[in-house]
Structures are given as structure tokens and as C-alpha cells.
Unconditional design. Structure first.
Ligand SMILES: [Zn+2]
Ligand SMILES: [Zn+2]
Length: 361
């Protein structure tokens, strides 16, 4: 029997989101219904509401979530009712040209549920990133469910589903940071601070946090930064060079995603160093730079989608490291809110006052 539950829906561009009844079908082949326990508020949810992703309104928002499998459809063997799972938006297909050449993090055909969730009048919903987890329950593909230790606080576990994984992975997977590296991170919100936590986890000897907001630099220090630079007061490139013996950092991560910050990242690295872009630019942004600088400085210019993560490989390990006290994921949960507080949380997030607001159900 389809069930009617509460969900947070964005009906039109820029209109405030609302809690309304949504209909969840029974899981079909390969599908799973998950009872959501917690879901973090991410900038991408706000981008959906503002029409910045596409115009397939109404959207069912929320995508950084953990919960318990309630029921599974025919053919599902990877999870069973009662399993505690983190939801992901990279259920790799194993068959496309990226998967077949051993680069599943670029999978071109990731799985989502085939059936649609709807409003009570039958209008089909577009779930954010194929998840839609600001809701009592949601319908996803089985591959979007990654089992992790069930004794984990869902508000913490769910964060691995998007932004925190993006930041951790930008350092660990894309940047390939290790203890021999100096690392600088530009922008110390949730994603940037996760990159700092990732650099610390793998032992980078120098971790430089750059932001214009002193409060965010305090967060960065708590998460493992060894040095901080307030770029409202000093030149970030010069300051990074000064801390690194005049050379620049081995890996510089741009967690903002603007031409100005990317240029800072580019010029703040050591010769042949690595730039990782994990902040998401908007389509109107362009970059103008001397081409000779790309040639003469060498190195590696990368972008990091979802931290180049593979959920099955990365989520359980990161949760275990958290439970051992080696990865302070709990510090990313700034506040716990209700389903009706998402609109207010967008404002708090926009003002940069939180690392993460997490809806707890
Ligand atoms: Zn694939
Ligand atoms: Zn997100």
C-alpha cells in the first residue's frame, strides 16, 4: 500500500518551502523505502529552491540523510528491513564506460528509484539529487543505501551523504594528501572544514585555513587547522607562501568556487602542486589568466565531485574512524531542528552561522 507521510517541498522558484503530505509508493524492483532519522541542510537544497539546478518543480528537498530500511522491493539483496543506512547519490552502475575502465567515481549512469513519489493530487515530485529526505520516509534505489555501524548518531552519519564527504574526499581522494604535504583550504564552511578534517586524518604536517570570517577560522582550528589566515586582513597568497617557507602549499583546496578564490589557490601552491576545486561555481563565472602561468607552474588542476567518493568503500570506514574518536564528525552538527524549520535554516546557512543544521525526525 502506498503511504502518505510528511515532506518538505519547494513548489516554485524562490517560494518558501513547505511541509506537506507526500505519497511514497511501495518499493518496486531494486527499490527501497527508508524511514529517515536525520537529514542535514545543504546549499544544494537552497539552489534547487532557487531554480539554480533545473526547473523540474515541485522538488522534494533533502539529501544528506541517514535512516532505517523499512521495506525492500523484488531483487534487493544488499540491504534488508531494519538496516541502518546512509543515503548516497552515487549508486554506481558497474557497466558504463567509466565504471568499466576502473573509474566508478565518474559513473555516467548512477541509479535512482524508477518510481516517482508524488503529492496527494498525483503531481510527481523531483527528489533532490535523487534522494528527497526532508521527509518521514523516502524511496531510493538499493544502491543508494550504504550500511554503516547502527550505533551511530544518525545526525552525524547522514552528513557523509553529501557536503562533509565532499570536503573529506577533496583532501583524501582527489588531493591525495598525506603526511608529507602542506595543505591550504580556502573557505571554511562545512565543506572546507571537512577538507581540513580530512587533511588532519591523513596526517598532513601543515594545514592552513583561509577565510574572511574569524568565527569560521575558529571552527577550522577545532577541526585540525595548524595555521589560520584572515583574508579580509592580509593577502592570502602571500600569507600561505610565508607559512610554507616562501614556496606555497603542496595542495590548495578551493572550497568556495569563485574565480577569485580559485586564482588564490592556483598562485598559493608550490611549483607542481595540486589545486582541488570542490566549491561549486555558478554558470556565469569565467576565468581569465595568462596561459603561460598554467604551463610554467606545472602540477595538477583538479575538480572534486562528491569528494571522488565511493560510498561502499568510504562511508563505513569513515564512520568507524569517527566512532574511534579519530574523526570529529560530531563537530559539524551545529544545531538540530524540526522538519518545519528548513526555511529558517536556509537563512542561517546563507548568513554563514552554521556548519550544518540537521533535521531530526
Ligand atoms: Zn557506471
Ligand atoms: Zn549536498
Amino acid at each position: 500500500m502506498p503511504q502518505t507521510v510528511r515532506g518538505v517541498v519547494a513548489r516554485a522558484q524562490g517560494a518558501p518551502v513547505e511541509v506537506t503530505d507526500i505519497v511514497i509508493p511501495d518499493p518496486g524492483p531494486g527499490e527501497v523505502v527508508v524511514a529517515i532519522a536525520a537529514c542535514g541542510v545543504c546549499h544544494t537544497d537552497l539552489h534547487y529552491r532557487e531554480g539554480g539546478i533545473n526547473d523540474e518543480f515541485p522538488f522534494l528537498l533533502g539529501h544528506e540523510a541517514a535512516g532505517t530500511v523499512e521495506s525492500v522491493g523484488p531483487g534487493v539483496e544488499s540491504v534488508a528491513p531494519g538496516d541502518f543506512v546512509v543515503l548516497n547519490w552515487r549508486a554506481v552502475c558497474g557497466q558504463c564506460r567509466a565504471c568499466k575502465r576502473g573509474r566508478p567515481q565518474y559513473c555516467f549512469d548512477t541509479f535512482n528509484a524508477a518510481q516517482k513519489m508524488t503529492l496527494t493530487d498525483g503531481t510527481e515530485l523531483s527528489p533532490a539529487l535523487g534522494i528527497g529526505a526532508f521527509a518521514d520516509k523516502t524511496l531510493v534505489h538499493a544502491g543508494q543505501c550504504t550500511k554503516v555501524d547502527p550505533n551511530t548518531d544518525p545526525a552525524v552519519a547522514g552528513l557523509l551523504g553529501c557536503g562533509v564527504m565532499a570536503g573529506l574526499g577533496a583532501a583524501i581522494n582527489t588531493g591525495g594528501v598525506d603526511r608529507t604535504d602542506s595543505v591550504a583550504v580556502i573557505g571554511c564552511g562545512g565543506v572546507g572544514d571537512a577538507a581540513i578534517a580530512g587533511a588532519r586524518l591523513v596526517g598532513a604536517h601543515t594545514i592552513i585555513a583561509v577565510d574572511r570570517d574569524a568565527r569560521k577560522l575558529d571552527w577550522a582550528t577545532e577541526l585540525g587547522a595548524t595555521h589560520t589566515i584572515n583574508s579580509a586582513e592580509v593577502d592570502a597568497v602571500e600569507a600561505i607562501q610565508e607559512i610554507t617557507g616562501g614556496f606555497g602549499a603542496d595542495v590548495v583546496i578551493d572550497a568556495v568556487g569563485r574565480p577569485e578564490t580559485w586564482k588564490q589557490a592556483f598562485y598559493a601552491r608550490d611549483l607542481a602542486g595540486t589545486v582541488v576545486l570542490v566549491g561549486v561555481p555558478t554558470p556565469d563565472m569565467t576565468l581569465e589568466m595568462p596561459l603561460i602561468d598554467f604551463f610554467s607552474r606545472g602540477g595538477s588542476l583538479k575538480s572534486s565531485w562528491y569528494g571522488d567518493c565511493l560510498p561502499e568503500r568510504d562511508f563505513p570506514v569513515l564512520i568507524d574512524l569517527y566512532r574511534q574518536g579519530r574523526l570529529p564528525l560530531e563537530k559539524f552538527v551545529t544545531e538540530r531542528i524540526g522538519l518545519g524549520d528548513v526555511e529558517k535554516a536556509f537563512e542561517t546557512m546563507h548568513r554563514g552561522e552554521v556548519l550544518r543544521s540537521v533535521v531530526v525526525l
